[in-house]
Design a protein around this ligand. Sequence first.
Ligand code: NAD
Length: 499
Amino acid sequence: MHEMTHGVALPKTPREFGFFINGEWRRGRELFERNSPSHDVPVTRTSRCTPDDVNDAVAAARQAFEDRRWAGLPGGARAAVLLRAAEGIRQRREEIATWEVLENGKPISQARGEIDHCIACFETAAGAARLLHGESFNNLGDGLFGMVLREPVGVVGLITPWNFPFLILCERVPFILASGCTLVVKPAEVTSATTLILADILADAGLPAGVYNVVTGTGRSIGQTLTEHPDVDMLSFTGSTAVGRSCVHASADSNLKKLGLELGGKNPIIVFADANLEDAADGAAFGISFNTGQCCVSSSRLIVERSVADRFERILAEKMKKIRVGDPFDPQTQVGAITTAGQNETILKYIAAGKSEGAKVLVGGEALQCGHGRYIEPTLFSGVTPSMTIAREEIFGPVLSSFHFDTLEEAIAIANDTVYGLAASVWSKNIDQALSVTRRVRAGRFWVNTIMAGGPETPTGGFKQSGWGRETGLLGVEEYTQAKSVHIEIGDRSHWIAS
Ligand code: NAD
């Protein structure tokens, strides 16, 4: 260990990670190094897997599925493993949080909160594993009894992004396991550490070998091999809409594997004049700055009633100026570093486009110098028109565009004027108004007078080009099952051909 930052010693040499197949660790011939986005020191070295490694991982998952070492257990036995894994995560909370900070750049306080959510995901999925059941039909007449069985879909390929490496993983893995499926995970190459740590936690919790396998490497090579693999029954992909689209093509061109897709968002936050403006401004500041806006459910389009727009923007700008951006190991930090150099460049390009297309910067709008890291000021643009680039495209950074409206119809129309439909938030004390917006804005997750609230009990997922299917909650387990209808004859069957 060397250089200390806020009481945490940065690794002196990067930690080396292998990859995990059939309960065993392997080491890649080539490794790639990851520098901390906030301190610019090398922190991890991860294996660059080959397509053959993916084949091995899929074969291990297939074998573990077919011999029923996991799917054949009672739901209660699967639940017991998931609960022990929840405990394992709790015990290693600080270690996992540290790797999340080192690889991703998010504030340590936020990372700890996310890990608590991950523990809740395992506990929720454990309950679901016990309760997962089908249906019975006792109304088909005295001669016939019908059942609908829920069966695991099989081998799942899971591809995750770098913005919430552990959280998105844990919003998928325990639900996949609860269903009885086996899986091969491919984390984002810059943030693989905690996905690999989970392999040890699951093995210690008693998960049989071959059920959870991890391959590491680039999307183009390893991710693509997984999406095209003919022996993967379902692919769960979380990431950009562009790659989501390529997963659809890969499925069509291989084995028509089932797809679960959670993709981009351009999420509206609608503020009516009768809202508690202080609360709404706090929600808007949080909604765009959380995880430096590198968040699929970031509320990146503020749609505010014109009669209060100036006042609201002033309150919001004051709040955004006070957001504490800096070293993520400082427990006071609210917004950390931008995770990748490419994303940093993309966000700054969008800010430049906003300025050049005529939007007005009310706060922020610049890169921030802070140690050796990459930081961007939380930014608020006013006077945004629907055709501007910053109004239409997902920025995936702390950049909020403000629009004004006069009527409820206009607010709904602006909110729906996007190809995305991931999340939305509405602020109003008028229940009729809030409910009308909730019913008519097309988004998979909705918040009324709050933002980013909720737990793993409720499902997540998108409308329109934000994705297919749902994760978490009971629906999140059912997503990894398929229904089988069974008909049972009772008594003597009347013959089609007379004997
Ligand atoms: P990305 O799509 O580039 O990468 C996501 C994952 O896909 C990574 O593991 C990557 O290695 C892999 N990948 C890349 N190219 C691939 C290919 N051709 N075939 C198979 N896999 C491939 O996205 P990103 O840069 O990691 O994340 C940012 C994007 O993800 C944003 O657009 C954001 O909205 C979206 N996102 C959505 C959610 C959600 O829940 N809806 C969550 C997080 C991120």
